[in-house]
Design a protein around this ligand. Sequence first.
Ligand code: SF4
Ligand code: FES
Length: 353
Amino acid sequence: MIPAPLGMLAELTHACPLHCPYCSNPVALAPRDSELSTQEWDRVFGEAAALGVVQAHLSGGEPLLRRDLDELVASCGRHGLYTNLITSGLGLDADRLARLPVDHVQISVQDATERASDDIAGTRSWARKITAARVVKDAGRPLTLNVVLHRANVDHVGAVIALAGELGADRLELAHTQYYGWALRNRAWLMPSMEQVLATAEVVRAARTRMEISYVLPDLHTGTPKPCTGGWGRTQLTVAPGGEVRPCAAADSLPLEFANVRDRSLDWIWYSSPSFNRFRGTDWMPDPCRSCALKDVDLGGCRCQAFQLTGDPGATDPVCRLSPDRHLVDAALAGPPQTAPFPRPHAPKGPSS
Ligand code: SF4
Ligand code: FES
């Protein structure tokens, strides 16, 4: 029995004004002229709602760079979808927000201070982000502040929590870097030490009595695989800017063929496509997962991580302490030069048109 999906990540574009080294977008970004049109997205939102999706997360890249974003948000509303705008905040002023009847806004900052945040974003953006956050609150909309954590900012989590309080954020999302796309290239620069991770967890634990904070210990450090995206093809789907549909945003790197909404219905893709069925359930699992009591809890961990580290998307997630490939993770954890200053190694420059 395959459950209906609950959430859809709609990657409206890979274009973005920021150049974050932890970006999980593909290293080969989708060109702008390959993006789904307004009409195509309208059909996709309708098919998603019919399939059972209740939440549409409008993301990118930077979704505000879509000139038709007003129409896309209106389309979501017509189809009864709850809309969450995931944005850098650049380009979001009171006039633009008034034309976007989204239910929720998530704004990212890269650190707790202007200089550090702009350094990581690779562009001057802090002031506009803070203004955008205030605009959202002034308009009475729910706001989540999002910060991706890595070695250069993880020690500033106390200041980030204070910033979220000052902005009146309803929720703070502290997300450790996931090593896909650009972030995988830059892993040696981004990976925090075990000491940093443990200290951060303590700061977060103390602050949770005052604020809603979403924070999960990084799987690489704990040795506990995450039930990635709630399980392969179980609750979420991602539609890429060019229309390819995948169980997660990072799956473009996998040696699987993903169907496109230009050729197939979302219903067929979800229920019948070989790629969505490839890692559903537990029958595909190798040992030690196959005979493990936790296989219904972590649902096999992360397929993208397994592929990136072992070359086999069907391997046991090497994060797991029972995996025969765990030494690959231990080597990555031991690798980073913990005292090096934060460099700007590789970062997305935006797709071509
Ligand atoms: Fe998000 Fe930064 Fe990547 Fe833009 S460059 S998509 S803000 S992570
Ligand atoms: Fe793709 Fe985890 S990111 S399965």
